[in-house]
Design a protein around this ligand. Structure first.
Ligand code: TYD
Ligand code: MG
Length: 455
């Protein structure tokens, strides 16, 4: 028998080395290297000869195709994020912090599908059957014909799924609790998680079931242990929001069968997750009207326009190095906007702390928020409230030029629908985007914005 050798595997990126170290050379993570026994695994152990392969048919690129068959789960916000429903035979990863509501979302989806007549299997590796039932009871889902199991062995799960009716959807909660006999590492290690995920994904492809894997996210925002799983699955959805607040955002960050950057918005209530079909109203709901430092950004999340309040607080500092704190936006992007305001508009922040917050727990990635952020910053510094009926959008370049953004018409329409009367947008966008009753102010340079607020 071949000698089993120890190897050291980074639990963050999966890189393998022959000796232990405090820091992974591949991804730079500290304290992530763990000894794992190389028991062979799928590829065969050391010394094992690979079998001779068989000839696989090669086909031309052109040929009959069918659009991916989908099953809608009946929760429109979830169907939107998956791109129109779960694709049969695909594997999805739903990631999120512990306690954010992943199990709640998936048991609700499972129940909705089961009520629609599909076969659904929910496998809980974290909670006992009684706990899952208790949650289902609280959510009023006990009548849904979902089939349950509390199991963590991949071999047992696969054998169970192979007998009886083929389910349309299999939910594994969570991938970190699974273990397979193919490898000898401990459950939860990157090798176990990767190999278990591989087995489940192969099952999805071969059987045509949709497999949803739940994964916990670590503090730094990556799926605990196996970032590798993200590369293996067809779609990755993140469930985010601050656990203290009650709004949750389901975001698609990878989707082989649909758009990414699509979001679904939910509210956590005493009776589970409730959909929020109009997120703008929600993010603007607690708006403090007409106070300095608040600007409404007409944003876009995936295909959907979302209006959100950007709040800035610029306050004199007692510190040698002033503070810059950001929640919900990119901090290097904030530094850039501050630098452009200083260099091209003569606005000085050197003696001020700057705090920036996106209301409602939303995280904005669009550069189109640049001028809304700049407006909020200048408004707070000057102590002048902005027009509460105005929305802002436009990207700022390092030279201080305001650049056009995508889908201006959609943003303006949403703002108009919600009762906003005017908008400040990039000059290049002003003329082409007529057709609404909104009063448009176009700006070409960031300095014009500063002059407008100070005036
Ligand atoms: P859960 O789905 O268990 O989170 P995860 O699977 O992501 O770890 O959700 C747990 C939280 O949700 C918990 O803090 C309680 C809260 N919750 C509600 O507020 N209402 C409900 O109806 C349910 C089921 C949970
Ligand atoms: Mg859970």
């Amino acid at each position: 028998m071949a000698k089993r050798s120890a190897r050291y595997v980074c639990q963050s990126c999966g890189a393998v080395s022959t000796k232990w170290g405090g820091k992974c050379d591949a991804c730079g993570e500290w304290n992530s290297i763990v000894e794992e026994v190389d028991g062979g695994g799928i590829g065969g152990g050391p010394g094992r000869k690979p079998r001779k392969g068989r000839v696989v048919p090669l086909v031309p690129l052109a040929g009959a195709t069918e659009s991916a068959p989908r099953i809608r789960c009946g929760i429109p916000e979830l169907d939107r994020v998956t791109g129109g429903g779960f694709v049969r035979g695909s594997a999805l990863l739903v990631g999120g912090d512990p306690g954010i509501g992943k199990s709640t979302l998936l048991i609700q989806a499972a129940a909705a599908l089961a009520r629609a007549g599909e076969q659904v299997v929910y496998i809980s590796g974290e909670e006992a059957i009684a706990q899952v039932r208790l949650r289902a009871e609280r959510l009023g889902l006990l009548d849904a014909p979902v089939r349950l199991a509390a199991e963590t062995s991949v071999e047992d799960i696969l054998t169970t799924l192979d007998t009886g009716d083929r389910p349309a959807l299999v939910i594994i909660d969570s991938i970190q609790t699974l273990w397979t006999e193919l490898v000898e590492s401990a459950p939860g290690t990157v090798t176990q998680v990767r190999t278990s995920a591989q087995s489940m994904i192969r099952f999805a492809k071969e059987s045509g079931c949709t497999v949803v894997l739940v994964g916990h996210v670590t503090k730094d925002g990556t799926i605990a242990g196996p970032r590798v799983v993200e590369h293996m699955v067809d779609a990755v959805l993140y469930f985010e929001g601050d656990a203290a607040g009650h709004f949750r955002i389901l975001r698609s960050v990878k989707n082989r069968f649909g758009p990414t950057d699509e979001i679904g918005v939910f509210e956590m209530t005493g009776k589970g997750l409730r959909e929020v079909p109009n997120p703008s109203e929600l993010f603007l709901g607690e708006r403090s009207r007409a106070s300095p430092g608040a600007a409404v950004f007409a944003g876009l999340e995936g295909s959907r326009p979302v209006l959100v309040e950007i709040q800035a607080l610029v306050a004199p500092t007692a510190l040698g190095t002033p503070r810059r704190a950001v929640v919900g936006w990119d901090s290097s992007r904030l530094s850039m906007i501050l630098a452009v305001l200083e260099a091209h508009c003569g606005v000085r922040f050197g003696q001020h702390d700057v705090y920036l917050n996106i209301a409602g727990g939303l995280r904005i990635q669009e550069p189109a928020a640049d001028i809304a952020v700049a407006a909020a910053l200048v408004s707070s510094l000057a102590g002048v409230a902005l027009d509460p009926d105005c929305v802002w959008f436009g990207e700022v370049s390092l030279s201080g030029t305001v650049r056009p953004v995508a889908q201006a018409q959609l943003r303006l329409k949403e703002a108009e629908k919600l009762g906003f009367a005017s908008a400040v947008c990039p000059a290049a966008q002003g003329s082409e985007e007529r057709g609404s009753d909104m009063r448009l102010t176009t700006i070409g340079q960031l300095a014009e914005l500063v002059a407008k607020i100070a005036a």
